[in-house]
Design a protein around this ligand. Sequence first.
Ligand SMILES: [Zn+2]
Length: 568
Amino acid sequence: MFRLPALLLACAALLRSADADLILHNGKIVTVDGRFGIQQAVAVKSGTIVAVGPDGPVLKAERGPKTEVIDLHGRTVLPGLVDAHVHAFEAGLSEYRGPLPPFDSFAAVQAYIRRQAAKTPEGAWIVVPRTFPTRLKEMRMPTRDLLDFERDHPVLFDLSYVVVLNSVALKQCGIDRNTPNPPGGEIVKDAQGEPNGVLKNAESLVKGLDRAEHFTETEKLDALEQQLKRYVAAGLTTVGDRAVNAEQISLYQKLKAAGRLPIRAVLTWRPDGSQPAAALQQQIEAAPYTTNTGDSWLKFGTFKLTLDGGMTIGTAYQRFPYGAFGKQLYGKTDPDDRGQLFIPPDKLLAVMRTARNRGWQLTTHDQGGGAVDTFLDTLEALDREKPIAPTRSHLMHASFQSPEAIARMKKMGVLADVQSAWLYLDAPALEQVFGYDGMRWFYPLRSYIDAGIIVAAGSDHMIGHDKNAAVNPYNPLLSMWTEVTRLTNRGKVIHPEQKISRPEALKTHTIWAAWLQFADKERGSIEPGKFADLVVIDRDYLTCPEEQIKDIQPVMTILNGRIVYRAQ
Ligand SMILES: [Zn+2]
């Protein structure tokens, strides 16, 4: 990188008193600046980076009597990492009352039910919290047979918008072969026409179960704050919280007002998209915020609607049917089923136009290719009225891409919010559904970058506190490792031609994510004038053996110039 000559640094020091608050030196500072320069030292004052360069000049020019000087002993420093996509509040509450085991096999689910049965009064509900069929070792949608060993309690197994009941629960809810499907939902039947326990978008039929865990506001604030602190311990200094409602906005504002906000947060507002267009438009007009309302600690980012379902449950709206394996994995009854589009295109366009004109950056949850194409149609219509590129609008997930869609993104300047760890966790099951060829455009990061499309990476963390075991894991090094290797948790490389380099993977969690958040001028790289958001790590990210990238641990997280986390 361009090195500031010592003389220039010295001159700068004369104009300013040489008393940095903090200097890190004798390290490998991966700046992620325009030239991807590597430096030895970084100096910080009043929360801002004031110098980056070789040890000698930085120490000479910036060290004062009160400066805290840390010898890195050769350790690597990265810009503070960004997770562009979390659900912090939901995740924080998920294990607030106690830890959950991983639900990764039928046996794990049954063991959990047995443990719960032993401490649950007879007749009371047992709920197995949310998991996805793609994450189960068996790669098969369970039915009531899996749960019928339990005869004293009604059991509900939550597979996200799909629930499975045991026979006790079906009976208690009065669901039998003659029960009509609720609007938009399905009671799945076996070959004999009897309910097999699977209810799709039909949880309204479940009677006598109060699933809401009741938390006081003090507990909610605590749960959110603790989760945000766990992000900091994972090396993150900014998160994008990607579906906040009025309650969550207020919790964030209260934490900030009380001086308890441990991380920078950019909020994506997602109103309930099932409301009529006019009601949504009215809400958008009335909301006292839009993109960039707020400050560098807490601000609004994106306006979001949820356009389709999920690939982990077979409701993502695809360009083609889920086919035969979809029947096994998702319990589908119609082999031609392509998933669900929740918002008709004309309504989507009308609402998005209102949001754009109100100053919002736009996104939809668009996981299947059909949803990707639908949202791109919307953006194209808006782009014809007024260029969309300046809004930095983006696809969210876009798990099933196509060359045509990528070309449209490039043409309009549309960005991508990607979940790389899904390749690690879900590709083995999805490959069974779509075939290896059908995975050709699954998170095609190489193609995005080659097309000049900005890629911001995020975990979609929603359940669990552990950074590696959570659904979805929020360890940013695991995400970067996946982007570099394209390895699944079963050890297979999925389309190696879509691998990206280590510097590129780092950018998806730093400067490019900051770009998506309209914050690339103030953070995302280690350069003078930017906020001093840094993470010191225990290995050299750029040169350590590839398989170790996911195991890299933060040693210290620095946020706005303050050391906010130190490894024990
Ligand atoms: Zn999400």
